[in-house]
Design a protein around this ligand. Sequence first.
Ligand SMILES: Cc1ncc(COP(=O)(O)O)c(C=O)c1O
Length: 449
Amino acid sequence: MSYSHLKSEAYINEERQYFAPTGRIQYADIGFVKGNGATLTDMDGNTYIDLLASASVANVGHCHPKVVNAIKKQAEQLVHNTPAYFTHNLVLELQKRLTNITPGQFPKKVIFGNSGSDANDGMIKYARAYTGRQNIITFTDAYHGSTFGAITESAVSLNMRRNMGPFVPGIYQLPFPDENEKLPQEDEIAFSERYLDHFRLAFRTYLPPEEVAAILIEPIQGDGGIRQLPFYFVKELYALCQEHGILFMVDEVNQGLARSGKMWSIDHFDIAPDLLATGKSLAAGLPLSAIVGRAEIMNSLPAPGHCFTTAGNPICCAASLATLDIIEEEELMEKSACDGEYVKAKLQAMQEVYPFIKRVRMYGLNGGIELVVEENNQSANTDCANKVMTYLLNHGVIMITLAGNILRFQPPLVITREELDRALSLLEAAFKAYRNGEIVLDTNQPIGW
Ligand SMILES: Cc1ncc(COP(=O)(O)O)c(C=O)c1O
């Protein structure tokens, strides 16, 4: 039985008169009223297994009782007092926790913000101030956010560039090593070297390395398709940074906080970055971000160089401390790694049956399922991705697409085995229905990114 979305549709139709279109990437007209663990309930009373976690925001699940209690308790004590002028009693504990759980045995400092975007923006400021250099290098297909600095660091959608320039000067994008571009017989080293050559060429011809302040990476690209950088590539890139005095910065907004089976996605590479940006799941969905960095770098700017009135809000800090407790107590890092392997095996079995599944990438409970046109095993199959997504949304699973042809697999990390099994069996049913030509799209509008 297919779900009815009549109430959601009526609501969203009216909402469109007020909601500026820039603020929503259109997938389907569904509005939620309730969340619990790894499930969501919509305006029509349908319940779903959530494979999106509100874009990797609900790592500890929706409305975790510990988070809810922490919010309630703090709301009765102090709703806000800005750390920009005075302080409150949760700032120190959270900053200590963050400096302890981030990689690197050196003195660190923390600054809070309200979104992943402002954290990535702020890292530009610190990198420039500390090094006295202007330029920053990021990657194609990167998503770092929506403030001016973060948009300039991103290169994933032309709609983030059209009609709003000029952008922040001194930010360059070099090609992300996309495994679809790997040549036959090319191993990881040869493939990585070919992409490292873009840096060497830049440093030889138009971008003096001594004028580069920092390189910013997502060790696992999120919106680019859940794609991990090759190990060799990252090690060599880090060495290049060391050689030229360039800061190494990581964006952990999407992939941090146990999502990838480690606390941070950079932990897969055993590298301690100079600056790290976190957000999203940091306060279980309440607006809180942070930059955690080497103390000497974080000391390089005076106030009010990166200062927001509501950053470090006490309720957000309380939710964040509860979130970090839950990740530890419920061993979500280990669970993510273990469940990720379980899901990967199931998806690989589906790949045997459905050749339009070109790649299954899973890093913890965190995956991209890349769909191609079966006939040439190459062209992006957005039709399949959109139809599979539509089937799932009509049968009780929240899943969306990335880059048009990649299914995004990012459930709350607290998802149970039963819920995973049910979601996977519905996903298999969706693949089957697609192959049998049974899924009809009910919209002519563009879907997704
Ligand atoms: C890797 C990454 N960085 C930064 C951001 C921006 O975070 P926010 O939307 O909280 O500003 C996102 C959001 O999707 C992200 O995935």
